[in-house]
Design a protein around this ligand. Structure first.
Ligand code: NAD
Length: 479
């Protein structure tokens, strides 16, 4: 007769039972390393199932803790993001090989300073002849979060702050090209949280993420809410999921510049937004539609502010290396050039610009692929429009209905209002860089997950809550 099959699960179960007996009920669960020395420790697991089950166990404990413990956990995440910004920023830069080192570091500091935590939670109260009702914002439980390569650790840290603030625990599936820094962040945060409040696995991650592990995360029965930050494919996958999904999807932010604009400010702002992290930001200025009467003056201001203007032949050469022909006459983005320095783009196209160049720009027609595609490179195409109506119409067309971000430079209140209505985007910035729309040089708070197709906007702790109401009939109104 065959005996019971001895496998890892069985062994883990026995160890767990022995440890529980030794340490008493209520002790933190033992998590054995599985499939590699580091997995199962400090929140890093070999499989989605392990990561989710550990986060589910942690959430049950976390739910018993006061809000003050959430604040303590978040404070530790913030401190790591500030104290280790340079090391972590460099490691993210070395691993992903995209963007700019200084901005990797800055993004971590911004997360620490500007992502809202428990102070954003609130209770709504109703009081009247029938008594009182309290509406509270409760945790969902375990959240499955997918993060992009463009800001691997900043998105993870920002999501962690928001989601822990509202009492959830989180399982991350990072982009494979930013997975090491994401796992390192989870380890550091977990250790610090354990030190602060004695809980493990409030944040967990699968060590080697794949598309399959992302799908397993979507499908896991213990995952109650999904939050996806990424491009069109993952946004579509999340929207198809039967679970509630918060989707921070792609953009292709257009800029309109009209004849009333402060052109110097417009140029400085376009460079600040588009050159940030080599135009990896989903809110970053990706194409400009400027009216003909100020077009040349705007181009001169761009050069004066330090951007390098490309001529027709250079733009053609750059377009040839940045896009390759795909099926059905479509063109495909050359991912090898995404997030690379302006000087690298120039070299790839067969010419050179000073190494320190922040941004390339030049005149193109509207049908250049740099206009149509979310290129995430430090080259911005400028398209000449006959008037502001045409500029707004082109902006609307090339934003592709993502309803993500749009920018205008104008002193005409009617034009600004019209464009705002017409674009219907989640973020609409006027007379400043796109980053102002995220509270960097503008008002408001920050998140690196801006929920666009699902409509939650710049995410906060309240985004990750369920509303619950408690009603007391004919009592407790003490007026
Ligand atoms: P990406 O879509 O290639 O990857 C994003 C994440 O989704 C990664 O973790 C990836 O592994 C995963 N993924 C991709 N396809 C998937 C699928 N079919 N099923 C499951 N998971 C899948 O994007 P990226 O290059 O990492 O990031 C850039 C994109 O993200 C841009 O389109 C940008 O606009 C967008 N983005 C949006 C926001 C926002 O807040 N709205 C923020 C940052 C980035």
């Amino acid at each position: 007769m065959a005996g019971p099959k001895i496998d890892d699960e069985l062994i883990r179960g026995v160890i767990q039972q022995v440890l529980t007996e030794l340490r008493g009920p209520g002790a933190a669960p033992f998590v054995a390393p599985a499939g590699g020395g580091s997995t199962g420790r400090d929140g890093v697991f070999a499989t989605i199932d392990q990561a989710v089950m550990a986060a589910a166990e942690a959430q049950r404990e976390f739910a018993k803790r006061p809000v003050e413990d959430r604040a303590l956990a978040i404070a530790r995440i913030r401190r790591i993001c500030v104290d280790q910004a340079e090391t972590l920023g460099r490691e993210e830069f070395d691993e992903t090989k995209i963007g700019r080192l200084a901005h990797k570091i800055e993004k971590l500091r911004v997360v620490a300073d500007r992502v809202p935590g428990t102070e954003f939670l609130r209770t709504d109260a109703f009081s009247g002849g029938n008594g009182i009702a309290l509406q509270e914002y409760a945790p969902f439980g375990v959240i499955g979060a997918i993060t992009p390569v463009t800001h691997s650790l900043p998105t993870l840290a920002g999501n962690a702050i928001n989601m822990l603030a509202s009492g959830n625990t989180v399982v991350f599936n990072a982009h494979p090209s930013g997975a090491k820094i994401a796992a390192k962040g989870v380890r550091l945060f977990n250790r610090a949280i354990r030190e602060a409040i004695g809980l493990d696995n409030l944040l967990t991650i699968v060590e080697v993420p794949t598309l399959e592990s992302a799908q397993q995360l979507f499908d896991h029965r213990e995952v109650k809410l999904i939050c996806v930050t990424g491009g069109p494919a993952v946004a579509r996958a999340a929207l198809k999921s039967p679970k509630r999904a918060i989707v921070a999807g792609p953009g292709n932010p257009p800029v309109v510049v009209d004849e009333t604009a402060d052109l110097k400010n417009a140029a400085v702002s376009i460079i600040a937004g588009a050159a940030f992290d080599n135009n990896l930001l989903c809110i970053g200025e990706k194409e400009v539609f400027a009216v003909a009467s100020i077009f040349e003056e705007l181009m001169t201001e761009m050069s004066r502010a330090g951007a390098v203007r490309l001529d027709k032949a250079q733009i053609e050469a750059l377009t040839r290396v940045a896009f390759t022909p795909g099926e059905g006459g479509k063109v495909l983005l050359n991912k090898d050039l995404v997030g690379k320095d302006a000087a690298v783009l120039a070299r790839a196209a067969g010419f050179s610009v000073p190494e320190k160049t922040e941004l390339l720009f030049g005149e193109t027609s509207a049908d250049n692929p740099f206009v149509d595609h979310e290129q995430m490179m430090p080259f911005v195409p400028f398209v000449r429009a006959s008037d502001v109506d045409q500029a707004i119409a082109l902006a609307k067309k090339y934003e592709h209905g993502y309803r993500h971000t749009a920018i205008i430079h104008s002193r005409n209140v009617d034009t600004i209002t019209r464009m705002g209505r017409e674009m219907d985007t989640t973020l609409f910035a006027q007379n400043g860089p796109s980053t102002a729309g995220l509270g960097l040089g503008g008002e408001g708070y920050v998140s690196f997950s801006i929920a666009t197709p699902t409509g939650e906007g710049v995410t906060t702790p309240l985004t990750f809550t369920r509303q619950r109401r408690s009603t007391t009939v004919k009592a407790m109104r003490v007026l």
